[in-house]
Design a protein around this ligand. Structure first.
Ligand code: SER
Length: 597
C-alpha cells in the first residue's frame, strides 16, 4: 500500500461517515504563538474545538503535514521522523467515544479497509489520577469490540493524556492503538509504548473534554470533541510489513540517494545506517519548511533556527559518512520531485528551497572548518578531564561563534566518548540572552537615548552596516553590541576571523550604494512573531506576543530596533569604516563614521 492509497482510503471511509474533507493547514501556524510548527492535525482546528463554528460542519477529516522536533534524538530508529503526515477525523461537539472507537476499529480491521488482524491490536487507555478519572468507558468499548482485557493497558498521564499543543487549550484522555509486529518482547515490561519496536503505534483517539488554563488547572469543556491522528508513514510501514518507516518510498528514495553518495551499499553498519536516515529525514523536513507557502529561510530565530539546525546536523552526518562535497541542493531537488504531487507548494517554491538550502550549506562550510579546528584544539584538554564532559560555556562558544547547533556538538562529543553539560549550556545561553536584552533596554530606554541628528544618522548607518556584513560575510553575522557617540558608531558582531581589506571595502561600498539610492526608512509595530516571519534581524523580546518596532530600509534591511532613524538613507552622508579588529574571542569590532559629502 502506498501513502496515497492510505490517504484516499481514510478520506473515503470518513466521508462515508458524514465527514467533510478539509484541506491541511500550513506547517507554520497562523495566529498561534504557542508553538513553532503545526504538530498535529488538531492544531489548526483549536478555535473550532473550543467552540467556534466551522464552516464545513461538525464532522471533519483531513491529512495534515506536521513537524515535531521533541524526539529529534530518536530520529534514525525504526519509528521516528521530524516531518510526517497525519490523517485525522474530528467531531466538533458531535459524536464521542462510542463512534470514534467503533470507527477506528472498523477502519483498522475490516477487510474492505485496512484489514489488520484484530488479534494484532493492542490498545492503551488513561489510568486516571488526581485530576481526572480512569477512562473505563473507552476500555469497555474496546472489550465490546472483542479486544480482551489483557490487550488493554491502563497508562498514566504521561502516555495517555493528549494536549494541549501549546501551554493552554483543549486536552483530554486518549486511547492509542498499536499493532504487534510479532517481534519478540524485549523483556518483562515490554508493552505498547515501549521503544523496542515490537509495538507500532498507528492511531490515537483523543477525547477533548478539558481546557487547560494558563494557571495550569483544567476546566471541563461544555461541548466535548474528538480529535484523532493516524501517522501515515507508520501505518504504511505496518501495512507493508516494513521493519522501519525508512522503507516507506519517499524516505527510501532519499536514503537511497545518501547511500549512493557515500557508497555505503545496501547493508551499512548501524552507525552509518543511522546517519543515512538522519540525513534523509532532516533534508526532507528542511525542504518542507522552506517549501511551505509561509516558509522561512534559515536564521537564528524560531522556525528559522530549527531549519538551520536540521540542515547543519544533516551536513554533520553526511560528513561522517564521508560526503564532503555539497549535496543538499541535489537532494532537495529529489525531495521536491518525490513529494510535489502531494504538496504542490514544493514546486511553487522550488527556487527558494534550492537557493536557501545551498546557501546555508555553503555558509556553514565556511565556519565549520574554523569551528572544528577550535574543537580539535580543545580536545586534548577535554579528554584529560576524568569527568569526560564538555563544559556548557564551551558548547555555547561553539554555538555562538562557529554556529554549531548544540546537537552538533553533542554528536561530535559522543564520537570522542564525551558528554556536553547541557544545563551549563542552557545557563550560558540564558545569560547571553539576558545580557543582550539588558543591553537593548539600556540602549533604547526612552528618555536616556540620544535623538540628536548625528546619532540618529549613525543608528541608521548601523543597520546598513549590519546587513552589508551579513551579505559579505554570511548570515552567521549577528549583532553582539552597539555603541554610538556623536563622533562614530561602534558595532560588535560574531565572526571567527579578521576581515580582509577587500571585505572591508566591499561592506563600505554596499552601504554607500544604499545611501546613494536614497531608500525610504519605514517603521512598523508588530508582534515579535510577525517580525520573525518577515525575516527581521536584531534583538527579539523574550516572549511571543511582545510588540516590537521593525525598521525597514527599502528592501535592503529589516531589523527590530527601538530607533530613532532618519526617514531616507540619502540623509546619511559618506560612510567610512575607520577600524576593524577583534573585540573578544569570535567577536569582531568595527568603528565607522559618517562624513559630510
Ligand atoms: N492530536 C493527537 C495526536 O497528535 C491526535 O490527533 O496524536
Amino acid at each position: 500500500m502506498t501513502t496515497e492509497e492510505l490517504k484516499s482510503l481514510y478520506l473515503d471511509f470518513f466521508g462515508q461517515k458524514g465527514h467533510a474533507v478539509i484541506p491541511g493547514a500550513s506547517l507554520i501556524p497562523e495566529n498561534d504563538p504557542t508553538v513553532l510548527f503545526t504538530t498535529a492535525g488538531m492544531h489548526p482546528l483549536v478555535p473550532f474545538l473550543m467552540g467556534e463554528t466551522h464552516p464545513a460542519g461538525k464532522r471533519l477529516v483531513n491529512c495534515q503535514k506536521c513537524i515535531r522536533t521533541g524526539d529529534i534524538g530518536e530520529v534514525g530508529d525504526a519509528t521516528h521522523l521530524t516531518f510526517f503526515e497525519m490523517l485525522g477525523n474530528w467531531s466538533l461537539g458531535d459524536y464521542f467515544k462510542r463512534e470514534a472507537i467503533g470507527w477506528s476499529f472498523e477502519f483498522l480491521t475490516d477487510r474492505r479497509w485496512l484489514g489488520f488482524d484484530s488479534g494484532q491490536l493492542h490498545v492503551t487507555v488513561f489510568a486516571g489520577d488526581d485530576l481526572a478519572p480512569p477512562d473505563e468507558e473507552s476500555a469497555a468499548l474496546w472489550e465490546e469490540l472483542g479486544i480482551p482485557g489483557e490487550r488493554i493497558y491502563y497508562l498514566d498521564r504521561s502516555e495517555n493524556w493528549w494536549g494541549p499543543a501549546g501551554a493552554t487549550g483543549p486536552c483530554g484522555p486518549d486511547t492509542e492503538m498499536f499493532v504487534d509486529t510479532g517481534a519478540p518482547a524485549c523483556g518483562e515490561g515490554c508493552r505498547p509504548g515501549c521503544g523496542c519496536g515490537k509495538y507500532f503505534e498507528v492511531w490515537n483517539d483523543v477525547f477533548l473534554s478539558f481546557n487547560r488554563l494558563p494557571d495550569g488547572t483544567y476546566a471541563p469543556l461544555d461541548r466535548v470533541c474528538v480529535d484523532t491522528g493516524m501517522g501515515v508513514e507508520r501505518t504504511v510501514a505496518m501495512m507493508n510489513g516494513y521493519r522501519s518507516i525508512y522503507q516507506v518510498p519517499v524516505l527510501d528514495t532519499l536514503a537511497g540517494f545518501v547511500r549512493k553518495l557515500c557508497g555505503a551499499g545496501d547493508r551499512p553498519g548501524p552507525d552509518a545506517l543511522r546517519s543515512i536516515r538522519v540525513v534523509a529525514d532532516h533534508i526532507r523536513t528542511s525542504v518542507q519548511i522552506l517549501g511551505d507557502d509561509l516558509g522561512v529561510p534559515p536564521s537564528n530565530l524560531d522556525q528559522g533556527y530549527v531549519l538551520r539546525r536540521l540542515i547543519r546536523v544533516a551536513i554533520r552526518h553526511a560528513r561522517k559518512l564521508g560526503i564532503d562535497d555539497p549535496f543538499t541542493e541535489a537532494m532537495a531537488r529529489l525531495a521536491i520531485e518525490t513529494e510535489k504531487s502531494s504538496y504542490p507548494e514544493l514546486q511553487r517554491n522550488r527556487e527558494r528551497i534550492l537557493t536557501e538550502i545551498a546557501r546555508e550549506e555553503e555558509q556553514f562550510g565556511k565556519t565549520l572548518r574554523a569551528g572544528l579546528r577550535e574543537y580539535e584544539k580543545l580536545l586534548p584538554g577535554l579528554l584529560r578531564n576524568p569527568a569526560r564532559i564538555i563544559p556548557g560555556r564551551i558548547a555555547f562558544r561553539l554555538h555562538d561563534t562557529y554556529g554549531f547547533p548544540v546537537e552538533f556538538t553533542v554528536g561530535l562529543a559522543a564520537e570522542h566518548g564525551l558528554r556536553v553539560d547541557m544545563d551549563g549550556y542552557q545557563a550560558a545561553f540564558d545569560k547571553h540572552r539576558e545580557l543582550s536584552r539588558k543591553g537593548a533596554e539600556r540602549k533604547f530606554s526612552g528618555g536616556l537615548a540620544d535623538h540628536s541628528a548625528i546619532v540618529t544618522r549613525l543608528h541608521t548607518a548601523t543597520h546598513l552596516l549590519h546587513q552589508a556584513l551579513r551579505m559579505v560575510l554570511g548570515e552567521h553575522v549577528e549583532q553582539r553590541g552597539s555603541n554610538i557617540t556623536h563622533e562614530r558608531l561602534r558595532f560588535d558582531f560574531s565572526h571567527p576571523e579578521k576581515l580582509t581589506e577587500e571585505q572591508v571595502r566591499e561592506v563600505e561600498a554596499i552601504v554607500n550604494r544604499v545611501i546613494d539610492a536614497d531608500l525610504p526608512v519605514a517603521c512598523e509595530e508588530m508582534t515579535a512573531e510577525e517580525a520573525g516571519r518577515r525575516g527581521a534581524i536584531g534583538l527579539f523580546g523574550d516572549r511571543y506576543g511582545d510588540r516590537v518596532k521593525v525598521y525597514t530600509v527599502g528592501e535592503f534591511s529589516c531589523e527590530i530596533c527601538g530607533g530613532p532613524h532618519v526617514t531616507r538613507t540619502g540623509e546619511l552622508g559618506r560612510f567610512r569604516i575607520v577600524s576593524e579588529k577583534s573585540s573578544s574571542s569570535g567577536i569582531r569590532r568595527i568603528r565607522a563614521v559618517l562624513e559630510a559629502t
